[in-house]
Design a protein. Structure first.
Length: 193
């Protein structure tokens, strides 16, 4: 089902120059962990739900993988507007990764660093830094999301707004509910509830 997505995935290999180099390295490390988990999810999603590798709840598909005795959790849901996915990943050491990934590339140019706005009917609009490593991946700073995401996930929909270089804003709407089962492991390991 998602095989075409994994074929289109590219390794996150480019960072920034100059003073942003340390930040780029940190983002690249998080991206590498995230992409490994996401790639595993996509491969597992080609299996049937009966194989206990991939499960579905509402608009969410989710899985867990055992990596060297430690379990990592990944959940993914598709935007209503485009072939864009919201991906949440929680590594065994409780590192959260949040990304928007377009199957091919976003239909507008991205800057390396931009503001990503998230809003739902249960939380006011939140502006968070997003890093684009390629024109099909935006990684959202997970530090503030640890506190905000639980509120956002209580709503029915999550709207993520991305600004392009020219200033135009693009909205992506994700159906969030139901998520009791799909996000249970991520909530308990990365959000503490």
């Amino acid at each position: 089902m998602y095989r075409h997505w994994i074929v289109r995935r590219r390794a996150a290999s480019q960072g920034a120059d100059g003073p942003e180099k340390a930040t780029a390295s940190r983002w690249k490390a998080a991206a590498a962990l995230f992409l490994a988990a996401a790639a595993t999810f996509v491969i597992a999603s080609n299996a049937s739900a009966e194989d206990d590798q991939m499960k579905v709840e509402g608009g969410w598909a989710y899985t867990a993988r055992n990596k060297d005795g430690a379990v990592e959790h990944v959940a993914i849901t598709r935007a209503a507007e485009d072939a864009t996915w919201l991906v949440l990943a929680c590594t065994a050491d409780e590192r959260l990764s949040v990304a928007l990934i377009h199957v091919e590339q976003f239909p507008f140019p991205l800057t390396f660093s931009s503001v990503v706005k998230l809003r739902s009917n249960t939380a006011s609009t939140v502006s968070i830094e997003g890093k684009s490593l390629q024109n099909n991946q935006i990684f959202v700073d997970p530090r503030p999301l640890r506190h905000i995401m639980p509120l956002l996930l209580q709503g029915d929909q999550l709207v993520v707004s991305i600004s392009e270089r020219a200033g135009a804003v693009h909205d992506y709407t994700f159906s969030i509910q139901p998520n009791d089962v799909a996000l249970r492991a991520i909530r308990s390991h990365c959000f503490g509830f």
